[in-house]
Design a protein around this ligand. Structure first.
Ligand code: PTJ
Length: 248
């Protein structure tokens, strides 16, 4: 990665690269200004977690990969922060798992929807859903509820990175298996997820892809074994313990 003028050996390289991508996302009209605040909150948790993927998060990433491979219709939901931080990595994950990519925004504007879809296509996405908006998530106000009927509306497994708690809960209530990436283990999104992945999206998405490639030839029984072995309560507890007792 040669996007910033800082050597990869710099101790804060990843954090500086992340900030650069989010700033650029705002400049490109992809990320909302609220996305900058959300990133700041995420960074604080990442700092407390030691800016690393915990063993429990790695297990969650493997379970997420197994869920995506077992799904009839997996969808990766993409918001303005995810699109700025990991566009190519999301395309790779979609390819590795056969998932659809769908733009789904908290602060929805048609302009930002189009820009994010274009940005994903520039990073190799062939089809991007979300623009039809002919489906609704029950129990949410109008703009936030819009989804594609043949995308998230029809999905059995949805990956929702950096999601707002209300919508995460509403999706879970629709009976969908929800895989959440969120650095805050206490957030409602992480608390309601089938698989809470408490890790930076920058590390989590490539982590899930690596597990999906590793599991590509696994049988259904093996994949179901990975899903069953994952303990969401233990993963949430491990992340909270790491934050509370971390050595900085
Ligand atoms: O693009 P939009 O309109 O869909 O808006 C996206 C944001 C993120 C602004 C919107 O969904 C929002 O306001 O989210 P919240 O309620 O601030 O929640 C975001 C969660 O993601 C928080 O719990 C953060 O700790 C977490 N987070 C932020 N950055 C990262 C992160 N988790 C993982 N990796 C990150 N880089």
């Amino acid at each position: 990665m040669d996007e910033i003028d800082v050597p990869e050996s710099h101790p804060r390289y990843e954090s500086l690269l992340t900030r650069h991508r989010i700033e650029e996302g705002v400049d490109l009209g992809i990320t909302s200004r609220q996305g900058l605040i959300a990133q700041g909150r995420g960074e604080a948790y990442d700092y407390l977690l030691g800016e690393r993927t915990l063993e429990s998060a790695d297990s969650a990433e493997r379970a997420a990969a197994a869920h995506l491979l077992l799904a009839d219709h997996p969808v990766l939901s993409v918001n303005g922060n995810a699109a700025a931080l990991v566009p190519g990595e999301l395309v790779d994950l979609a390819e590795a798992t056969g998932a659809d990519l769908e733009v789904n925004l908290f602060n929805r504007t048609e302009e930002r929807m189009e820009r994010i879809a274009d940005h994903l296509r520039e990073h190799g996405a062939e089809a991007v859903k979300g623009l039809d908006a002919d489906g609704r998530i029950p129990g949410l106000d109008h703009e936030r509820a819009k989804v594609d009927a043949d995308g998230i509306g029809d999905a059995d497994v949805v990956l929702v990175p950096l999601e707002d708690g209300d919508r995460a809960e509403a999706l879970a209530e629709m009976g969908k298996t929800e895989l959440v990436i969120d650095l805050n283990p206490l957030s409602r999104s992480a608390q309601t997820a089938t698989v809470p992945i408490v890790d930076n999206i920058i590390r989590a998405v490539p982590g899930i892809t690596a597990h999906a490639r590793d599991l590509a030839d696994a049988s259904r029984a093996e994949l179901e074994g990975v899903v069953e072995k994952f303990d969401r309560e233990a993963a949430l507890r491990a992340a909270e313990d790491a934050i509370r007792s971390g050595e900085l």
